[in-house]
Write a protein that binds this ligand. Structure first.
Ligand SMILES: [Zn+2]
Ligand SMILES: [Zn+2]
Length: 125
């Protein structure tokens, strides 16, 4: 068992029901195969948090005990700093910012998304 990987999974499982997933892609309005994209990578947030609090996680029980604290502390990043995209636009975002976008790009990504949306609706030439 890989605890570090599991940790992300348990946090995602717990937080998922509160995701404000939209019914259409923010960029193109498609209602097909929608994904919820986090501007801040959950994995990276978690890694930083573990280091910051000097946590040692050795069991699933410990994950269960700490996950709510993490979710509370990062509720903005988890629930607000995110966007609903169709699979195509989600893939395009990741092709630009990488499979696991670095934290330093978290402010750039929403600007890119806005630009694509404007392009889609013909607001820019
Ligand atoms: Zn789209
Ligand atoms: Zn994503």
């Amino acid at each position: 068992m890989n605890l570090k990987r599991d940790l992300v999974k348990y946090i995602r499982d717990r937080a998922k029901s509160k995701y404000k997933k939209n019914t259409e892609c923010y960029i193109c309005g498609s209602k097909e195969s929608l994904d919820f994209h986090h501007y801040y990578s959950l994995t990276e947030l978690l890694e930083r948090w573990i280091v910051k609090h000097n946590l040692k996680i050795n069991s699933v029980e410990e994950i269960m005990q700490i996950r709510d604290t993490f979710i509370e502390e990062y509720s903005k990043e988890l629930f607000e700093d995110a966007v609903t995209l169709c699979h195509i636009h989600h893939l395009r975002l990741h092709s630009i910012y990488g499979k696991r976008p670095k934290m330093i790009t978290a402010r750039k990504q929403p600007r890119w998304v806005e630009k694509q949306r404007d392009k889609h609706y013909g607001l820019v030439r």
